[in-house]
Design a binder for this molecule. Structure first.
Ligand code: PEP
Ligand code: MG
Length: 575
């Protein structure tokens, strides 16, 4: 096979040489629906084989199972679904009487059940729906010949090849120790990409034509330094990259050895450099990097890709562990930001035409108060064991914050009645990620304990440019004058009322924007673990001249901002 090179965008830097393993997209495209009478027998046989194979796989997984009993029960319930006589007879009937292919019949029969579940606003049924979806994927994987998103038997030298990564799939990559993936579609600030960085999975996206160009087992070089994928490299290229992998490892070790130096500018401004964490295992990074605490803990990843909603005890233990490990530093726990591209199948929700403009973040939590209260109680209980702060995402105006605060107060009263300890003064803050919130920053600064700017969303909502759509990158401009104006309004409101304002969006971790933020006067930043060391090096190069440059520039003029970034700030970010 001839060598091919595709170029894309780097989601998480790294270098890996490995073998391709294609992961079929979850929304199955069934190419053959109608069958002739003569094909009925063969289709029934295919169905039977698919069921038998799925059953065999499940039996084996059960035998080798080492996890807890709850997870074991889930596997057993999948076996029961596979053997559900009513379901199987519906599928068989569609094949024989309806002359519909086995794959299409399976899809239809399961979709009917899943539609039924999605109309029920009950957590138990939502979990059942997840089980049915899983079994459906197993069967369709067998019947269409493409591997379902099951990662069983993952080998360490494999590289996942995808059309597009979603947050739940990336979560499961973490559990299966997938080290690298490449995808046809994707953007830098999508939640799947953020999670990818948290898990330190090397990834390159936006590789046009990828899925059709690669076969299972092809040798791949995933170059997350230059942003490309080399398919079936020749011997010389392979040798060259083997050396590069070696060198890259040494460079990473070198950066780590500088971890102990403070995040301080040349003119003595100490910048608080915290960590954005999405997953519990990342906590190790906190001590390894000596960060100033956790500026953003995205709790929704406790929900995504799981088979059951985490209860109060499980969440309490998680938050308590974080609070203890981060001590004496603080941890800002963000209540779950579900909706948008992070839809949990565990909480059924009606279909939305525009999920990003829909029931997302705090709106979702206020609409599912029973789930929200479980989380708030767990955070409050954990607040007795360290320094926790509670932050609400996607607030539009002060009313959202006041409603959320009332629920927190009611949970505090409940805990007091139960005699359970909690921090009475837990700081409550909001994320500024919707333009209306930035424009109302003064209200928030008067009523909240802190503000944190989520530039990933603030940019998308200010410029009406989807953060996940790579085609829109010419419109998704982090340094747009309108965005900078909202940043300044928010910072000024915080300074006026003596409330801290941090930046926790990806803007803080991008080398071309970080000096701009430092120059604007931000001294509280939070970035993902993989960017943390690089950010600190940049901060350590910034000096007083930088603030002067930024303060004197016309930040309402697009041209001047671009010149500032490209020419004047270059010495600060060219590492
Ligand atoms: C943001 O929007 O900048 C942010 C930090 O939140 P998330 O990326 O989780 O939406
Ligand atoms: Mg956000």
């Amino acid at each position: 096979m001839a060598t091919r090179t595709l170029s894309g965008i780097i989601i998480q830097p790294g270098l890996m040489i490995g073998k391709a393993r294609k992961i079929a997209p979850q929304n199955w495209i069934i190419s053959r629906v109608k069958i002739g009478k003569k094909e009925v027998k063969a289709e029934l046989e295919s169905l039977q084989t698919a069921i038998a194979t799925a059953e065999h796989e499940l039996q084996q997984q059960l035998q080798n199972f080492t996890g807890d009993d709850d997870d074991k029960e889930i596997l057993s319930s999948h076996l029961m679904i596979l053997n559900d006589p009513e379901l199987i007879s519906t599928i068989r009937q569609q094949i024989t009487a309806g002359l519909v292919s086995a794959a299409a019949s399976v899809q239809r029969a399961f979709e009917t059940v899943l539609d039924h579940f999605s109309g029920l606003d009950d957590l138990f049924f939502a979990q059942r729906a997840a089980d049915f979806r899983d079994v459906q994927n197993r069967l369709l994987g067998e019947l269409t010949g493409s591997r379902a998103a099951s990662l069983d038997g993952w080998e360490p030298d494999q590289i996942a090849v995808l059309e597009e990564a979603g947050p739940s799939l990336v979560s499961s990559f973490g559990r299966h120790e997938v080290k690298a993936y490449c995808s046809e579609q994707g953007s830098f600030t999508s939640h799947a990409s953020i999670l990818t960085r948290s898990l330190k999975i090397t990834a390159v996206s936006g590789l046009s034509g990828l899925y059709a160009s690669v076969r299972d087992g092809d040798v791949l070089i995933l170059d997350g330094i230059e942003g490309r994928l080399i398919i079936a490299p020749d011997h010389a290229t392979l040798k060259l990259y083997e050396q590069r992998v070696q060198k890259y490892r040494q460079q990473c070790e070198q950066a780590l050895s500088e971890a102990g130096l403070p995040a301080q500018t040349q003119d003595g401004r100490r910048i608080k450099l915290r960590l954005n964490l999405d997953l519990l295992p990342e906590l190790e990074e906190l001590n390894r990097l000596k960060a100033d605490g956790v500026g953003l803990y995205r709790t929704e990843f406790l929900y995504l890709g799981k088979d059951a909603l985490p209860g109060e005890e499980h969440q309490f233990e998680t938050y308590r562990q974080i609070a203890r490990l981060a001590a004496p530093h603080s941890v800002t726990i963000r209540t779950f930001d579900l909706g948008g591209d992070k839809l949990s199948h565990l909480i059924p929700s009606p279909h939305e035409e525009n999920p990003y403009l829909g029931n997302r973040g705090i709106r979702f939590s206020l609409a599912h108060e029973e789930v929200f209260r479980v989380q708030v109680r767990a955070v409050l209980r954990a607040s007795a064991f360290g320094r926790l702060k509670l932050m609400f995402p996607m607030v539009s105006d002060l009313r959202d914050f006041l409603r959320a605060r009332r629920i927190v107060q009611s949970c505090q009263e409940e805990l007091a009645r139960e005699g359970l300890p909690y921090d009475d003064n837990i700081p409550l803050g909001v994320m500024i990620e919707v333009p209306s919130a930035a424009l109302c920053a003064d209200d928030f600064a008067q009523n909240c304990d802190f503000l944190s700017i989520g530039t990933n969303d603030l940019v998308q909502y200010t410029l009406a440019a989807d953060r996940n759509n790579s085609e829109l990158s010419p419109y998704y401009l982090t340094h747009h004058p309108s965005v900078l104006r909202l940043l300044r309004i928010t910072l000024a409101a915080g300074q006026k009322h003596g409330k801290p304002v941090s930046v926790c969006g990806e803007m803080a971790s991008q080398s071309e924007y970080l000096p701009l933020l430092v120059g604007l006067g931000f001294s509280d930043l939070s970035v993902g673990p993989s960017a943390w060391l690089g950010c600190k090096s940049i901060i350590r190069r910034c000096d007083a001249r930088l603030s002067e440059l930024v303060q004197n520039a016309d930040l309402d003029s697009f041209g001047e901002i671009e010149n500032l970034i490209h020419d004047l700030l270059k010495p600060y970010y060219s590492l």
